[in-house]
Design a binder for this molecule. Structure first.
Ligand code: 4NP
Length: 160
């Protein structure tokens, strides 16, 4: 079966994008779309490659029933533009980085993840790394909302 590739991208791949990967994977599974989608995440930076998600992100996600613990950080690579049709950045800095990397023939969707969250179009998922626990809960709120919107968008397309 043809799969659509969805890649979530932040800076470190230890807070926002692994959270998005796991939340969206859970929502896609609930919607019966797990085998139609290939879901992954990465960071534009290299500092945390090979590391598990930040313990604060793991804890905040666990409180809502998600398990991030098995994920490991990786850095975005040129091949991601061949392997993923949707490349969704958490903020405008990461989006700018991805736009510089994107080959001219890239025909997929490259944009902000929150463009799929009604009422939050054009906004970033704020970087929670230097803040407190409330930042991680807010990240989850935004990611859950955008995941619903992305799933609705994809459901329509995949049922065509
Ligand atoms: P993330 O958060 O991009 O959501 O994974 C960050 C993680 C690490 C750093 C910055 C943001 N850092 O500067 O190391």
């Amino acid at each position: 079966m043809n799969q659509t590739g969805i890649l979530f991208v932040c800076l470190g791949n230890i807070c926002r994008s692994p959270t998005a990967e796991d939340v969206f994977r859970a929502r896609a599974a609930q919607a019966g779309l797990a085998n139609r989608l290939r879901i992954d995440s990465c960071g534009t930076g290299h500092w945390h490659v090979g590391e598990p998600p930040d313990p604060r992100a793991v804890q905040a996600a666990r409180e809502r029933g998600y398990d991030l613990s098995a994920l490991r950080a990786r850095q975005v690579s040129d091949s991601d533009f061949q392997n993923f049709e949707y490349i969704l950045a958490m903020d405008s800095d990461n989006l700018a980085h991805l736009r510089r990397m994107a080959p001219s023939g890239f025909t997929g969707h490259l944009g902000l993840f929150l463009d799929f969250a009604p009422g939050h179009e054009g906004e970033p998922v704020p970087d929670p790394y230097y803040g407190g626990d409330a930042g991680f809960a807010h990240v989850l709120d935004l990611i859950e909302r955008a995941s619903e919107g992305l799933l609705a968008h994809l459901s329509e397309r995949l049922n065509d």
